[in-house]
Design a protein around this ligand. Structure first.
Ligand SMILES: Cc1cc2nc3c(=O)[nH]c(=O)nc-3n(C[C@H](O)[C@H](O)[C@H](O)COP(=O)(O)O)c2cc1C
Length: 169
């Protein structure tokens, strides 16, 4: 049985097909961040961000049960999302690498809700978690967008397991 209580289909695709099929859906890239009970920021690279509802303004991210900061996100009321600019690929790589203190020596600030937000992002979003659902090996965090500042520029793209840029011409 899956974690939602539904039987798993014997016809489910392999992990490889799943990854390659999902990888054909191009996304932007964001850094999700939350503060632990000692005030230390934690974060990781995500592309599972999606808008959910306009009224109320809800978004979601999916976080793996195995990520180092899963309990920080589960326990904190708020989290931040910094949507990356095309020139911020190094940040995407850093926040997907195994390392402690990913925010150390970076230019970041605390939003009004205390969440960590990276300087230079295309959008800086502050969210309050409203629902958390376990789904397979991830938790889905559905959250209300409380604040957002929006910048100008082109986004970093993730497609077929590679970083890319928009090229519309
Ligand atoms: C482009 C990209 C998008 C990712 N999106 C997600 C995501 O949405 N959710 C997630 O749990 N992990 C995602 N990951 C993986 C995490 O960033 C990475 O596994 C995480 O940093 C795990 O390390 P940690 O356990 O040390 O935090 C993504 C990685 C990359 C490179």
């Amino acid at each position: 049985m899956s974690s939602e209580g539904l039987p798993e289909s014997p016809q489910a695709v392999s992990r490889d097909v799943f990854r390659r099929a999902c990888g054909r859906f191009a996304t932007g890239v964001a850094i999700a961040g939350a503060i632990d009970s000692s005030g230390v920021p934690h974060g990781l690279t995500v592309n599972s961000f999606s808008s959910v509802s306009l009224d109320p303004p809800l978004i979601l991210i999916c976080l793996g049960h195995a990520i180092a900061a899963i309990d920080v996100f589960r326990q904190s009321r708020h989290f931040g999302l910094s949507v990356l600019h095309e020139d911020q690929r190094e940040l995407a790589e850093r926040f997907a690498m195994r390392m402690d203190a990913r925010f150390e020596s970076l230019a970041w600030r605390r939003g009004e809700t205390g969440v960590p937000l990276l300087d230079g992002a295309l959008a800086a979003i502050e969210c309050e978690t409203r629902h958390r659902l376990a789904a397979g090996d991830h938790d889905i965090f559905i959250a209300e967008m409380l604040r957002a500042t929006v910048g100008e520029g082109e986004p970093l793209i993730y497609f077929a397991s590679e970083y890319s840029r928009l090229s519309l011409d």
